[in-house]
Design a binder for this molecule. Structure first.
Ligand code: PGA
Length: 258
């Protein structure tokens, strides 16, 4: 049985909450939040709030992360944000390859591979998202799809670079739909992801890569998801916008270690 040292509870706010709402979230959250040595809490607000959020959460162990960044160091890329800019406001972690970025903003495996390289060059951490569409699962291609996503973006990494990689498995059909993958479906895909990584980097490295599950995680299903052997946490969308719900998911993570 694989032993978990840490559970990640990461909130992905997407394009939700203006600055005032984000501050109100903090006011409620911070009144009730109690840290736990084995639970890592992260929140990804919009770019516009990062500076303020890093400041607000400074006295907590909550990490503020970004939802995206550009692959280039700097230059003529109107509307984009670089890794160095993120670091300059205290952000060290970035979500990459979210299915909404792949679907609506044409992010390909090649682009993501460049973004991952930038993260490594800047000594940052990536929460790298993978996941199949419903048609792919129906056609029995889900394991192959996810393996390809992992290989194309991450197999140019050196073994030591993997220290900076967290993977989030988010089946596209489960995102924002209320339809969660069963804990067994999540666990078997997470195991598959580890096998894919192990095929190039060995079992030891594959065993210690955090693999989070995302897709309609809520207080009602968090505990059973966290209980699965290969699940190291959750990337939470909708339920992370409501402090009480996000706190309940954090509680479920804490209870795993009780
Ligand atoms: P959801 O989103 O929890 O609203 O399904 C998850 C995500 O897209 O990260």
């Amino acid at each position: 049985m694989r032993k978990k040292k840490k559970i990640y509870v990461a909130g992905n706010w997407k394009m939700n909450l203006d600055l005032k709402e984000a501050e109100q979230f903090y006011a409620v959250f911070n009144r009730h939040y109690r840290s736990h040595p084995h639970v890592k809490v992260m929140i990804a607000p919009a770019f516009t709030h990062l500076y303020r959020m890093v400041y607000l959460y400074e006295d907590t162990d909550v990490e503020i992360m970004a939802q995206n960044m550009h692959w280039a160091a700097k230059g003529a890329y109107t509307g984009e944000v670089s890794a160095a800019m993120l670091k300059s406001v205290g952000v060290e972690t970035v979500i990459l390859g979210h299915s909404e970025r792949r679907q609506y903003f044409c992010e390909t495996d090649e682009i993501l591979q460049k973004k991952v390289q930038r993260v490594i060059e800047e000594n940052m951490t990536a929460v790298f998202c993978v996941g199949e569409k419903w048609e792919e699962r129906e056609a029995g291609r889900h394991f192959q799809t996810v393996a390809d996503q992992v290989k194309k973006a991450l197999f140019s990494l050196h073994p030591e670079d993997w220290e900076e990689i967290v993977i989030a498995y988010e089946p596209v059909w489960a995102i924002g739909t209320g339809q969660t993958a069963t804990p067994q479906q999540a666990d078997e895909m997470h195991r598959h992801i580890r096998e894919v990584i192990a095929s190039k980097y060995g079992n030891q490295l594959a065993g210690r890569i955090p693999v989070l599950y995302g897709g309609s995680v809520k207080p009602e299903n968090a505990a059973e998801i966290f209980a699965m052997e290969n699940v190291d946490g959750a990337l939470v969308g909708g339920a992370s916008l409501i402090p009480e719900k996000f706190l309940d998911i954090i509680e479920a993570a804490k209870q795993y270690f009780d």
